[in-house]
Design a binder for this molecule. Structure first.
Ligand code: SF4
Length: 87
């Protein structure tokens, strides 16, 4: 993984302001069908770490409140996700 912090410290990129949360992007674990060089979580097919069921249920509660969810890494790598709570 590349260290991008030095690139951000010396930048003329305009300052950002925090607004309300209306989108939830979830990293469900490190297992993924891909192994992209630019991956921000170093995911790949050999990784085994995954979010536990209780945390997934909490995530689904938040996603339901926001009405938006974009699972990451690749959703097919997580059997049971997207089929509702408690399954
Ligand atoms: S999570 Fe995204 S960036 Fe990372 S390896 Fe999978 S497809 Fe690539």
């Amino acid at each position: 993984m590349q260290d991008t912090r030095p690139l951000l410290l010396e930048s003329d990129f305009p300052a950002m302001r925090r607004l309300g949360v209306d989108t939830l992007q979830a990293n469900l674990g490190y297992r993924c069908n891909q192994s992209c060089a630019h991956c921000h979580v170093n995911a790949g097919p050999s990784r085994t770490e995954m979010m536990d069921r209780d945390t997934v249920d909490l995530l689904l509660d938040v996603a339901e409140a926001l009405e938006k969810i974009f699972p990451s890494p690749d959703p097919p790598a997580f059997p049971g996700f997207g089929h509702g709570k408690g399954r």
